[in-house]
Design a protein around this ligand. Structure first.
Ligand SMILES: [Zn+2]
Length: 526
């Protein structure tokens, strides 16, 4: 099989995504008052409504409607003032009432879109840049990046099905299971499905779109968006067409891409597979395929010969749902600052480099912590923004990863924003070196003491006394006459050796910048 790069030279991939998100932050299900709880004892959170027993009447959950309107506003959708709930009829054991409540042609949110900035290695998959704009020169990877608009067809509301557990067999799928169990706890959990226009052109764009959407949903606090636990699930539609052609090819639908890497790799594989079929004179069948990450291939799940007939019709138990202007405005008032706006603010108000602003703004907890630290820095916020960002993106992130506590630890108060601001201030003023800052940070986490206390107790102050440093520098110059001669003969890289010697003599507490300057000056005179 050809690799993705060579395939994309000849073919244009046309990709659309369907993203299902469970509204896990709600307390109760979509049409009944059963609690939503992941990992509860099977079949303990069920009632006549979510089981669809005869005579049970569904009542829409207003908090769920608020969540979908939030999602729509945050993705630039038009909020439809009147939409309806429909029944999608099918039989499968995970849905005991034999239909799923979903929405019809008009959903709560229609005609939205997001701009996607693609930069760095991710941009390299896109070979022809029609329809995209290069990033500005202030951005990272300005020469290799671009911005592209991804249309959002709709976001509609539906309810989730139950969960099947297939026992026995090697694949964990129903086909070779000995028997299957069903847990209806998830049945009736509010789910929003976002459908994109077929505007994505590379697997990287698909991955970035899903990442961006996840960050938005996390910021809105409408879901925990866990791909492992299935509260965020993504299917992809892929077809190929010859470069320059505007017709759409036959698409396949790809399932089981339950991580960002799987989404990328599954789509990349499917693009290459379709190219091979088409180039050998075959035709792509319209079918649903299953991505097998272990075997790195997609396999046929079911072939679609005719359109699915779900007998979609308006649910007679549910009246058309009207949204008032006041309701929509009240939701708009609740919109938090979204990652793109946050990134812009970090750049324009605090002069952060675009890459730092991007990395901070896309982490909900880290960026909230950054704002708190800036508030603690008060009048010095602008000057301290970069050193604080450095601490958060390096030391703090490394600590979070290593201790596997997750960013929640930041909110839980394991590290105080005031402490990080103080540590940044000590680094910026040169009172401690960046190496010492690492030691102080480790001690802060361990003891809970403030950076100033740690610096004093451990005697960690950086040596900034230039007469003291000059004395050390002259001593080293007199001890290494041969190195000095080599340096003066043009081997200027030896400066590292000299600085290293001085750092050793000051037990790592000398200010390396000052040492470097004094050496450069004295070595010329020597
Ligand atoms: Zn229920």
């Amino acid at each position: 099989m050809k690799d993705l790069q060579s395939v994309l030279w000849d073919w244009e991939a046309v990709i659309g995504l369907e993203v299902h998100t469970e509204l896990t932050t709600l307390n109760t299900k979509m049409f009944c008052s059963c609690p939503i709880e992941f990992g509860a004892q099977p079949n303990t959170h069920v009632c006549p409504v979510c089981l669809g027993l005869p005579g049970a009447l569904p009542v829409p959950n207003k908090a769920a409607i608020q969540s979908i309107v939030l999602a729509g506003l945050a993705t630039n959708c038009e909020i439809m003032k009147r939409s309806m709930f429909y029944r999608k009829n099918y039989f499968y054991p995970d849905m005991s009432k034999n239909y799923q409540i979903t929405q019809g042609p008009v959903a709560f949110c229609m005609h939205g879109g997001l701009n996607l900035e693609v930069s760095g290695p991710a941009a390299k998959e896109r070979l022809h840049l029609e329809g995209t704009q290069p990033l500005g020169s202030d951005g990272f990877g300005a020469m290799s990046g671009y911005t592209t608009h991804i249309g959002i067809t709709r976001i509609h509301m539906e309810e989730d099905a139950g969960k099947m557990i297939h026992v026995g067999g090697s694949s964990g799928r129903i086909t070779d299971a000995e028997y299957s169990l069903v847990d209806y706890n998830r049945c009736g959990t509010p789910l929003i499905e976002l459908v994109t226009e077929p505007d994505l052109r590379t697997p990287e764009e698909a991955r970035l779109f899903l990442q961006k959407l996840r960050q938005i949903y996390l910021t809105l606090d409408i879901s925990d968006c866990s791909m492992e636990e299935g509260s965020l699930r993504c299917d992809g539609n892929v077809s190929l067409r010859r470069r320059g052609s505007t017709e759409l090819g036959t698409k396949t639908e790809l399932k089981n891409m339950n991580s960002f890497k799987n989404l990328h790799d599954g789509l990349a594989y499917e693009i290459c597979r379709q190219a091979e079929v088409l180039e050998s004179g075959g035709t792509v069948r319209q079918e649903t395929r299953h991505w097998e990450p272990g075997a790195k291939r997609t396999i046929t799940m079911r072939v679609k010969e005719t359109a699915d007939d779900y007998r979609l019709f308006p649910d007679p138990d549910l009246a058309p749902y009207d949204l008032s202007d006041e309701f929509i405005q009240s939701v708009r008032d609740r919109l938090p600052e979204l990652p793109d706006a946050k990134k812009q603010r970090f750049i324009s108000d605090y002069g952060l480099p675009a890459a730092d602003a991007e990395n901070l703004s896309t982490d909900v907890e880290l960026s909230a912590f950054f704002d708190k630290a800036l508030r603690a820095a008060s009048s010095k916020a602008v000057a301290l923004a970069k050193p604080i960002a450095n601490l958060l993106l390096n030391d703090v992130s490394a600590w979070l990863n290593a201790s596997a506590v997750g960013s929640e630890a930041l909110i839980m108060g394991s590290i105080a924003p005031e402490g990080i601001a103080e540590l940044a201030s000590l680094t910026l003023s040169g009172e401690i070196s960046s190496k010492q800052a690492k030691e102080v940070f480790a001690a802060m986490v361990e003891t809970g003491d403030s950076p100033l206390t740690i610096v004093e107790v451990r005697g960690l102050k950086q040596v900034n006394d230039s007469s003291e440093i000059e004395r050390i520098v002259l001593g080293i110059i007199s001890r290494f006459p041969e190195k000095v001669a080599e340096y003066q003969a043009g081997k200027t890289g030896l400066i590292g050796f000299f600085v290293g010697q001085a750092m050793k003599e000051t037990s790592g507490q000398g200010n390396p910048k000052l040492i470097n300057e004094i050496f450069t000056e004295k070595l010329q005179e020597a």
